[in-house]
Design a protein around this ligand. Structure first.
Ligand SMILES: NC(=O)c1ccc[n+]([C@@H]2O[C@H](COP(=O)([O-])OP(=O)(O)OC[C@H]3O[C@@H](n4cnc5c(N)ncnc54)[C@H](O)[C@@H]3O)[C@@H](O)[C@H]2O)c1
Length: 254
């Protein structure tokens, strides 16, 4: 068993779950956090070095307690994946106010809570990797995604500043910005509103996102854009935002 540990939120499903298992198979002790008890059981099945925590990322004190316990019992944290998120979609006028608050609380404040709890530890040792999951939706706003877009724009800004504040340290801070990925998160769009523009490209595989993160860590990159067209999408938004909006309006029909 390796001496350093891995800390993952959103570890009961999708990319967090896949990452937890991969790290466990490489011999790392893994702290797997989620509010999805059933998902956490699945994650830890046949993986004795995965320790599960039913912890809500919106609760800073609870997150901090798990960081402390992980460091004390599983070993110094080497890599953190901030992968917990929700994605209910809809027009601003149609979504309840509680949804806007909840999306920001989990997708953005959750990332802040974990980053604040763990960064002092990494900085003290001057090593480790903090990987925050944003999205291509953190760069390109589209119809039906105001709440999610805003939360991911916030993660991008927060992570960029954090990385630059510690640019002279050996701690690596990364921001992952995938396009749609084949995970259960997309079911939340299916259950609310499925933007037609999602059908313009095929969702990518979760393992490709995880591989892109490993590569970016090795190459010391801040922003990770997994998938062939993703970086182009981000650049299109920067250079030709009206072209993107024209396509979105035409595709969605309003
Ligand atoms: N799947 C995609 O299309 C896609 C694209 C770009 C970015 N992302 C981002 O990648 C990350 C991982 O997403 P995924 O696709 O694996 O999603 P997923 O839905 O499969 O997993 C997310 C997990 O987060 C957990 N979670 C939700 N609220 C929580 C809370 N308050 N506390 C703790 N855990 C909570 C859920 O229970 C779930 O198990 C997310 O940040 C997501 O926004 C996903």
């Amino acid at each position: 068993m390796k001496e350093e540990s891995i800390f993952i939120t959103g570890a009961g499903s999708g990319m967090g779950q896949m990452a937890a298992r991969l790290f466990a198979e490489q011999g790392y002790p893994v702290a797997a956090l989620d509010v999805n008890e059933k998902g956490l059981l699945e994650t830890a099945e046949n993986h004795q070095n995965i320790r599960t925590f039913n912890t809500d990322v919106t609760n800073y004190d609870a997150v901090k307690a798990v960081v402390d316990e992980t460091e004390a019992k599983l070993g110094p944290i080497k890599r953190v994946y901030n992968a917990a998120a929700i994605m209910p979609l809809g027009k601003v006028v149609d979504q309840d106010i509680e949804i806007f608050h909840r999306v920001m609380e989990i997708n953005y404040n959750g990332v802040v809570n974990v980053s604040k709890a763990v960064m002092p530890r990494l900085l003290e040792r001057n090593e480790g990797e903090l990987v925050n999951f944003a999205s291509l939706a953190g760069w390109v706003p589209i119809l039906y995604m105001a709440a999610y877009n805003a939360s991911k724009f916030a993660v991008v800004a927060f992570t960029e500043v954090l990385a630059h504040e510690h640019k002279d340290s050996s701690v690596k801070v990364l921001c992952v910005c995938p396009p749609p990925v084949k995970t259960p998160l997309l079911d939340q769009a299916r259950d609310t509103v499925w933007p037609k523009v999602f059908d313009q490209g095929e969702a990518i595989e979760p393992q490709d996102v995880l591989a892109a993160i490993d590569e970016a860590v090795a190459q010391d990159e801040l922003f990770v854009f997994p998938g062939k067209q993703t970086r182009m999408g981000q650049r299109m938004r920067r250079w030709f935002p009206n072209l993107i909006w024209k396509n979105v309006h035409q595709t969605e029909g309003f």
